[in-house]
Design a protein around this ligand. Structure first.
Ligand SMILES: C[S@@+](CC[C@H](N)C(=O)[O-])C[C@H]1O[C@@H](n2cnc3c(N)ncnc32)[C@H](O)[C@@H]1O
Length: 222
């Protein structure tokens, strides 16, 4: 596993064209700011569960450069998964199509228990499923609703490793390179390592690096 500390877009600019087999990522969207401003969600400012300070957002105005960079580094036939909420998905879909991706569908991550909010409390998140060129999913029987329990007391917005493992197993093979340019707790990279993929990622925050390194040590002993 290789970890880099930089801005995601400038780090991606250091990677060669068509050098990556799969990108899975979860940027800190502008819309998170909105969730943090209302009611009980202000508690997320410093996640009570983790005591980590909440990270800076990645502005919507930077999405075109991010999506262009991801498209460029992906191999000609490859998949790209982007964690996203119901607001930002409408911003991203047309931008991603403009840079060349095919949008297939939002995959629903069912967290299997109720979360925050007042108007139908949140139980799911979207994972936008994009394709560059054509690549077959490894298992055509997997449904578009994925049920995995959310992570408690983790890094802010940490995603479950088994959920990431499902996406990685679907869209890459052993030995291939999986990249996450906003790795956070390192969940994508840990899942990739466990599945014998090569894993490389970037995050701007010291906390993310400390968390991911600790997890890697726990998994591999290295
Ligand atoms: C939503 S979190 C990712 C959580 C991750 N999926 C997990 O399961 O733990 C977003 C991450 O992006 C990082 N970040 C924010 N702005 C960034 C930037 N411009 N470049 C790279 N990383 C950035 C934050 O430090 C944070 O760790």
């Amino acid at each position: 596993m290789q970890l880099f500390k930089d801005d995601a877009v400038s780090w991606l600019s250091t990677l060669a064209d068509a050098s990556v087999d799969l990108v899975i990522t979860d940027p800190p969207y502008e819309s998170l700011e909105k969730h943090r401003k209302i009611g009980t969600t202000t508690r997320l400012k410093v996640s009570k569960a983790s005591s980590n300070p909440w990270f800076d957002i990645f502005p919507n105005a930077r999405f075109t450069e991010l999506l262009q960079a991801i498209f460029r580094v992906l191999k000609p036939n490859a998949h790209f998964y982007l964690f996203c909420d119901q607001e930002t998905m409408f911003v991203i879909k047309p931008l991603a199509e403009k840079v060349g991706f095919t949008f297939w569908k939002p995959i629903v991550w069912d967290k299997m228990c109720i979360g925050m909010g007042y108007h139908y409390r949140a139980r799911y998140e979207f994972i936008l499923f994009f394709e560059k060129g054509k690549r077959k999913l490894n298992d055509l029987a997997v449904p578009d609703i994925l049920e995995f329990k959310r992570v408690y007391r983790g890094y802010p917005t940490e995603k479950p490793v088994p959920l990431l493992a499902q996406l990685i197993a679907q869209s890459s093979n052993a030995g291939e390179l999986v990249v996450d340019p906003f790795f956070g707790s390192g969940a994508t990279l840990i899942a990739a390592t466990e599945l014998e993929r090569r894993a490389m990622g970037c995050d701007i925050a010291d906390d993310a690096h400390a968390t991911a390194r600790q997890r890697y040590l726990a998994v591999t002993g290295e």
